[in-house]
Design a protein around this ligand. Sequence first.
Ligand code: APR
Ligand code: PHB
Length: 391
Amino acid sequence: MTRTQVAIIGAGPSGLLLARLLGRHGIDSTIVEQRSRAYVESRIRAGLLERSTVELLDECGVGARLHAEGLVHDGVRLAFAGQVHRLDLRELAGHPMTVYGQTELTKDLGEALARAGARLVYEAERVAVHEPDGPRPRVSYELAGVEHELECDFIAGCDGFHGVCRASVPAAAIKLYERVYPFGWLGVLAEVPPVDDELIYANHARGFALCSMRSRERSRYYVQCPLDDRVESWPDARFWDELRARQPSHEAGRLITGPSIEKSIAPLRSFVAEPMRFGRLFLVGDAAHIVPPTGAKGLNLAAADVRVLYQGLVEHYRGGATRLLDEYSARALSRVWKATRFSWWFTSVMHRFSDDSFAYKLQLAELEYLIDSPAASRAFAENYVGLDFPA
Ligand code: APR
Ligand code: PHB
């Protein structure tokens, strides 16, 4: 039996970030991950960071490459009814957004942890949580056929939506809230310069489209597609034609196309589990909540959970107080529900749900109001750049 102060399950952004912050405060942790390091580091996900996420990465001492290579965006564009409108985030909400791929972020964190001699177990099989509500929780797993057990003070469930941690909580002790959307996003990564230097979210009668990027040379584009669609039905040429068709003519004319590097379809879902704590088990990031990607809140919410949890653990190990740990679930959920509301709303106003022309007219009215009213523009910008943390 090995001992660690905090057993972290999952080496996604949540787990890596938490391990790094705890390590910087002298708190010992061990990460147990079921996949290989190469697999975890190559997963292509979102890449848009709020200011408070950037600050947390700075606090981890891994901000150097992010500041050198990340693209700072002062504004964002919304396209509808054939026009593009720009919202100045810095002017409206005081902060920009930063484009930096999750693959780069996990690489930076992984390297910093390795340099610090952190304990990371990859390719662990049959990971299980034991007695999370007792005084001495344990985590067991198999590595190359050999059984291991980890005794700890706390377990951080950073194992994503399909992980074991949330599933270890008895049904009577957790409540689940869910909304599934009737469409998916088909995403393409391509080595071509982005169509614009800022992101364009487009509401179009053919369906939603998003022009995003990873760098000045690499674009990340999405189109709304039916849930049962398959990537095989989307050769590159069809994807580019569809993306072009959903842009206003000026942008469509400027779109540079090229071979795709990656192509995938993701369903859209809103999901929240309450509370985010069961005894000494804390659920963090995607293990506790999922948002649709509209607005890119997933990774930022995970970072916000980590921030609340690590501060609670630091307080506990410094002086034994559990006030912040006791408040973890309520504090994290307050932010989670606000981001859940925003990404649900942004999804609702940008996507085509049905042939209902009344609903489409309402979307256009709402978007026009959003652009025309300084109060509505500001409310949007505040949510998009990320709400402030309550003191
Ligand atoms: N045992 C160990 N590890 C597990 C288990 C398990 N039973 N189940 C899942 N994992 C690992 C996964 O392989 C993955 O590496 O947990 C990790 C969870 O990572 P994410 O799904 O990325 O979740 P999180 O770290 O909370 O990240 C949240 O980043 O990846 C994006 O879309 C995600 O935006 C969201 C944010
Ligand atoms: C992305 O770049 O992958 C991205 C950006 C903004 C979003 C969603 C995804 O809202």
